[in-house]
Design a protein around this ligand. Sequence first.
Ligand code: ASP
Length: 334
Amino acid sequence: MASSRRKFLKEATALAGILGIGPLWNRAWSRHRMPALPNANGNAAMVSTWNHGMLANDAGFAALENGGTALDMIEAGARLVEADAEGLSVGIGGLPDRDGHVTLDACIMDHTKNAGSVCFVQGIMHPISLARKVMEETPHVMLAGAGAEQYARELGMEESNLLTEKASLAWEKWKATANYKPVINIENHDTIGLLALDHNGHLAGGCTTSGVAYKMHGRVGDSPIIGAGLYVDGEVGGATATGLGEAVMRTVGSFLVVELMRQGASPQEACYEAVQRIIQSMPTDDLQVGYLALGRDGRCGGHAIHGGFNYAYHHSESFESSVHSKLIDASHGT
Ligand code: ASP
């Protein structure tokens, strides 16, 4: 018995080394693991990236008050931002790729690890709803491009020309130099990632974006990739990412955040650690990534490589009005 335990620990330690998580076992937080308790007090919470997260949370809590679930909160919040033609990075109005096409990515996930995703979708107003249909109505997790669009048409989903005049003018201006260089300002990294906890203690998450501006045609980022742009584990918590998708995908960021929380890290500590993983892996002077996490107890945290990342947090107990979230600046961690 003792020898098989020793063998297990040896193998697990070797595996942890391969996965790069070994040192965590010695961290302080491993001594006070986050308990996988039900949401005993029935509080609900929602966190969403960037300023537009404020309105997204309002829409999410309105859906909750109408009897909705965490999934409904996510879909309602995401749809609101997707429909905003002024926003340059989500849904209609999103900046196009270098050839002038607006291509959208989105995914959604619930507390039971059901997940749905669509990527490289054009002309569809609400990719988050399409992702939810993929999750709930098909045997698949992910549909891409023309196949996803065909499915949206079969469902009778709203279609539209997503390239607005504002985005088209910005693209024309960009074409003067046509220099693709990911930059760390907010305009280019405004994906909305949302995480919600409902009164039943169920978690859900979603992510929707037009991706980085002026990308190559066909490029898909982290946002629709389960484990990269979003991950939810109903026993632990959820995480989502914003920023340069390539860096998030290469470090499987959102899954990492949730796994760190499983080992006892707070949402804040987990986001901080996942950001360090990127910093240790690649040069980060010219790239921004921000993580946002929500524990199943309603606590949240966020952290980014550079300053300028913020998110909106609404908790049913801490905030009396259902229409006001707190905007948190995660520039230096929260
Ligand atoms: N993560 C998105 C992508 O790489 C970009 C963003 O967050 O705005 O496509």
